[in-house]
Design a protein around this ligand. Structure first.
Ligand SMILES: Nc1ncnc2c1ncn2[C@@H]1O[C@H](COP(=O)(O)OP(=O)(O)O)[C@@H](O)[C@H]1O
Ligand SMILES: O=P(O)(O)OC[C@H]1O[C@](O)(COP(=O)(O)O)[C@@H](O)[C@@H]1O
Ligand SMILES: [Mg+2]
Length: 328
């Protein structure tokens, strides 16, 4: 490899934590060590950058974390980084330490911040997609999505046991601020009667038609999976509306919440995190900046951050159709 474009890098985890962030951090630190690049960890996302909370990291600083959920660097949603003054403080710390490249592990918000930071001060930045929401363009999957999906599936399977035993209808809310990927795939995997996601315009009448069709075939219990960001109504409102039209239904609501963000990362997430963490460091070394390392069709690819946050991975409508056909 020709001479590296960076000599001293920093790495941070930011936004909602996601299983596999630690595996990505491990990959960044150890790849840097392999190529003789100094590496600093930044605590609590952009807040640590602003407060100068850096720690020198070497191969042993990331021992025993490949299998751990959360992030040992901790994460934050930093309001101060959204201000010019905050970013100036962050840049001053980078200059003081001689940091010439920054690896930002996080979601769309984290990338927006990284892009602005790069454009204001010229410091090299590279993004690693770590969010359970899977709402980043330029990678087939984001780190943490597969684990969260399996956590949601396991939880809904358990709900199915009790729903079936009591002939109940359950509205289950899964995470996804603006994205329905977890809902769509966990819903298909658990045989949900209906799946409501923000990417599609849903109607209460369609839902009620599904209930009626299900009744006709003798279905005695049902699960409806609803993404957190669903626009039609939230799970409580859906339950209330349903009760009005179907007074005989015994309805319950379950919100899976933050349990979906925790836990040991799946094999797929560990492999993805290792490959992207490696790709982030080698990308910086090659002089890349303002891009995100992603995995598409099993290949490491770099996408401009601008595109990664502006474009959207399309929902596969086929999955909704298949789910509808198979659920009744
Ligand atoms: N427009 C912005 N300008 C500067 N920093 C931003 C901007 N948007 C987000 N960030 C930074 O990125 C952090 C993480 O973003 P957030 O949306 O909370 O999570 P995620 O990265 O998982 O989408 C924010 O708390 C903030 O510090
Ligand atoms: O933990 P918080 O701050 O309440 O945020 C909840 C949000 O974080 C997520 O779990 C992940 O989203 P981000 O990756 O954008 O942070 C969303 O699904 C959810 O809406
Ligand atoms: Mg986000």
């Amino acid at each position: 490899m020709k001479e590296s474009a960076v000599k001293k890098i920093a790495v941070l985890t930011s936004g909602g934590d996601a299983p596999g962030m630690n595996a990505a951090l491990r990959a960044v630190v150890r790849t840097a060590n392999y190529y003789d690049i100094e590496c600093y960890g930044v605590r609590e996302g952009y807040n640590g950058l602003i407060n100068g909370d850096f720690l020198k990291m070497g191969p042993r600083s990331v021992k025993n974390i490949i299998n751990q959920g959360g992030t040992i660097l901790k994460s934050a949603r930093s309001m101060e980084f959204k201000t010019k003054e905050g970013r100036q403080k962050a840049y001053d710390h980078c200059v003081r330490l001689g940091i010439d490249g920054l690896v930002c592990i996080g979601g769309d918000g984290t990338f927006t911040g990284a892009k602005i930071f790069n454009e204001e001060f010229g410091i090299r930045v590279i993004g690693v997609p770590g969010t359970i929401d899977n709402d980043i363009f330029g990678t087939d999957n984001t780190i943490g999505y597969d684990t969260a999906l399996n956590t949601a599936m396991d939880a809904i399977d358990k709900i199915r046991d009790t729903a079936t035993s009591h002939n109940r209808v359950f509205f289950v809310e899964v995470m996804g601020r603006d994205a329905g990927f977890i809902a769509l795939n966990s819903g298909l995997a658990t045989g949900a009667l209906d799946i409501l996601i923000p990417e599609r315009k849903d109607s209460i009448e369609d839902l009620f038609t599904n209930f009626r069709n299900a009744e006709k075939t003798g279905k005695a219990s049902s699960i409806v999976v609803v993404a957190e960001g669903e626009k039609l109504a939230n799970v409580y409102e859906l339950a209330e509306k349903t009760k009005k039209d179907f007074p005989d239904y015994d309805i319950r609501v379950a919100i899976l919440g933050h349990m979906q963000r925790g836990g040991s990362p799946s094999c797929a997430d560990r492999v993805l995190a290792s490959r992207l963490g490696y790709g982030a460091v080698t990308g910086l070394m090659e002089g890349k900046t303002n891009v995100m390392a992603g995995m598409r069709s099993n290949d490491l690819v770099y996408t401009p951050i601008e595109e990664a946050i502006k474009k959207h991975n399309e929902i596969n409508e086929d999955l909704l159709l298949i789910s509808k056909i198979l659920a009744i």
